[in-house]
Design a protein around this ligand. Sequence first.
Ligand code: 8YV
Length: 335
Amino acid sequence: MPSTDDTAARRDPSRRPGVLQVGPLKPSLAETLRTEYDARRLPEDAGERERFLGAEAADVTVVVTSGRTGVDAALMAALPRLGAVINFGVGYDTTDVDAAAERGVQVSNTPDVLTDCVADTAVGLMIDTLRGFSAADRYLRDGRWPVDGNYPLTRQVSNTRVGILGMGRIGSAIAKRLSAFGCTISYHNRNRVEGSPYTYAASPVELAGAVDVLVVAAAGGSGTRQLVGRDVLDALGADGYLINIARGSVVNEDALVEALTQGHLAGAGLDVFTDEPHVPEALIALENVVLLPHVGSGTVETRAAMEALTLRNLEAFLADGTLVTPVPMPVPAAG
Ligand code: 8YV
C-alpha cells in the first residue's frame, strides 16, 4: 500500500499516474484504484467512450482490467502512451497479446494465488457431476424422496481414469488432488511435461479415448479454440464425462449440447461458457449437467490475494516500469 505522502503526490495533477480501469472490477479494487491512484474508468457507452478517449487517452500509461473484459487491439491503438495492461485473473485471453507485443506494452496476470481454489472447484464439479449431488438435492427439496423412493444410483469418483487437458499449474493441482482419490491420471499438453508421473497422450482425441472423465484446464485463446470438438466428445463416449473449469472457448459448446441431448455423453460439469453470462437453455434443461456461474476462484481469500497481486503489479509498474508477474509475450513478427 502506498504511504499517505505517496497518495498525496498522486493527487497532485502534475503527477497523475494515468491509470485507466477497463470493465468492471472487484468493488474494493475499483475503489482503491479511484482513491489511491486517481484512476478513471473507461465508459461502457460507445459515444461516451469516444468522447472520453478524445479527452483523456494521451494521459493513460496503464490499464487495469480483468479476464472478463481485457484490452483489444483497437483500444490499445487508441492509447498512445500505454505501457502495461494489468489483468485481475490468471486468464488473459481477452487481451490481445500480439498487439501488445507489437506496441511494446507489457501484460501481467495473477498466477498461483488462485490455483488451489480453481483446482478445488474442478474436483467439486467432478464429484457433483458423477454423483449427482445437486440433482439429488433438487430431488429431495421437490418432495420426491417419500413419493418416488430412493434416488437412482450414480457413478463412482474414486479410482476412475481421468484425463487432464492442459497440465499447467491448475492442471497439476487437479491431478494431485485426484491422485489422492486413487484416480489414474493421464494428460495432454502442448508440450510433454518433463518428469511428470502421469501418462502423456499425443492428442486430445487420444486422451479422451483412454479415460472416463476429461477435465479441461487449458488456457483460453486462439491456440486452444474448440480444442474439444465433436471428435474429442465422440472419443470420450456415452459413458464419459466432461468437466470444464478453464474457458468456454476451449469447448465446442454446440457439439457438447448435441452430445449430451443425444445421449452420446454421460454428463458434464461446467464453470465456464462460450458467451458468459449467457448459458444455452438446452444445457439448463438437462439433469445430467452441473452448471456454475464462473465461480472457480471466487472465495474471499483467493479474490483478496488476486487483488493484492494486481496492486503489486500496478505499484511496480508505476515505480520503475516493471511487472511482478508478467505473462510470456510472443515475439513480434519482423516487419
Ligand atoms: C476470474 C478467471 O473469475 O483468473 C481467471 O482467469 O477466470 C477467474 O479467476 C476472472 O478472471 C475475474 O474476472
